[in-house]
Write a protein that binds this ligand. Structure first.
Ligand code: KG4
Ligand code: ZN
Length: 346
């Protein structure tokens, strides 16, 4: 069957076609109309501008996804759309478009939680799927969560951020250092330059909540600690790569420590990394090393880089597994469906 995925929760209008059969899934198209260049001028996402751009871009993006997949609307089994959480005005563009297309094309609609979408980026594969029970470390611009899943579409949040999300901390740290939006890729680039240089880092930053008995995170103290260091150091611009390295190491150490501790309490066959920060190569490498050393029985899944930051392939994948598990039931009563910026996971 073919599922069309639609995503518009923040600043990417995205559409994708997924071909699926049983546990096998394959992405036939993954089109993203990014607004990053527009929002970069303002140092972050401006919701009003994002919404206007979605209205302009969403239909051409969907048309391109169908064209690239070489299928027609009549071939679709269902439409999956991000219902929330996210920026309300951005979500409305995707949800209302999906509802209209559902009515015109007479296709059922599957509302998808954005974070669940990120998790299901790890199920896009024709090869071996992650085994349950599993733990997902979801690290994006809006969320940092550790989620336990005993089976498909059952979720228990066992850890969450108490303040800033990991990606948000990257974005804010970048802004403090006068770097462009989004902060993650640019900080990672400078941090890599420092790593390659092989010098010793003399900047010490805290690992927030490392020894707390829970699986929660807090990144706002790290951001403030970085700010104080920068304010004290008149020559910080000359060692920006060292600051980026110190910041990135603090984030990565904290994330790795918490997911390993969580796996010791909640034995899992698989650990999944998900969300925009999952694009970070050093985080991926450290998780791989740590998990094979400390949890040799657990298999780590890292999403393909094209499915880390916001995309619609992950929404189509989550929609498909929901549809599959719930015996092909999907929403056809559209009056009950609206975009929700504060949507809960269950
Ligand atoms: O999942 P995503 O696209 O959007 C949300 O759902 O929030 O994540 C975006 C976040 C941004 O904060 C961005 O700075 C971060 O992911 N990010 C990265 C990298 N690429 C994107 N963070 C660290 N390293 C990266 N390579
Ligand atoms: Zn996201």
């Amino acid at each position: 069957m073919y599922i069309l995925g639609i995503e518009s929760s923040c600043d990417e209008s995205a559409a994708s076609v997924l071909k699926a059969s049983g546990q096998k899934t394959e992405i036939l198209s993954n089109v993203i109309s990014s607004q990053i260049d527009i929002h970069a001028q303002y140092g972050g996402v401006i919701p009003e501008i994002a919404a206007r751009e979605h209205v302009l871009n969403i239909l051409p993006t969907i048309e391109a996804a169908l064209r690239q997949a070489k299928i027609q609307a009549k071939d679709l089994k269902a439409i999956a759309v991000t219902q929330g959480p996210g920026l309300l005005s951005s979500l409305i563009a995707g949800v209302e478009t999906a509802k209209s297309l559902s009515i015109i094309w007479n296709k059922p609609l599957i509302p998808v939680h954005h974070i669940i979408g990120h998790i299901y980026a790890n199920f896009i594969s024709t090869e071996k799927q992650p085994k349950f029970p599993l733990l997902a470390l979801v690290v994006s611009g809006g969320h940092s969560n550790i989620i336990y899943m005993p089976e498909h579409y059952k979720f228990k949040i066992i850890g969450e951020t108490k303040d800033d999300a990991a990606g948000e901390a990257y974005d804010k740290a970048a802004k403090m250092m006068g770097l462009s939006y989004p902060g993650g890729p640019i900080i990672a680039k400078y941090a890599d330059e420092f790593r390659v240089g092989g010098k010793t880092c003399n900047i010490e930053l805290p690992r927030p909540m490392l020894n707390s008995p829970d699986f929660n995170f807090s990144f706002s103290g790290l951001k403030t600690a970085l700010l104080y260091k920068l304010q004290k150091d008149k020559k910080w611009k000359e060692c920006i790569s060292e600051y980026c390295f110190a910041f990135e190491e603090a984030v990565i150490d904290t994330l790795c420590h918490k997911i390993i501790k969580a796996t010791q309490k909640y034995p899992a066959k698989s650990v999944l990394l998900a969300g925009g920060v999952a694009a970070n190569r050093s985080l991926r490498a450290k998780l791989m090393t740590e998990i094979s050393k400390k949890l040799p029985e657990t298999k780590l899944y890292l999403p393909n880089l094209s499915y880390t930051t916001d995309n619609a392939a992950m929404i189509a994948s989550a929609g498909y597994f929901n549809y599959y598990k719930n015996k092909n039931k999907a929403i056809t009563n559209f009056k009950k469906l609206s975009a929700r910026c504060d949507l809960k996971m269950s």
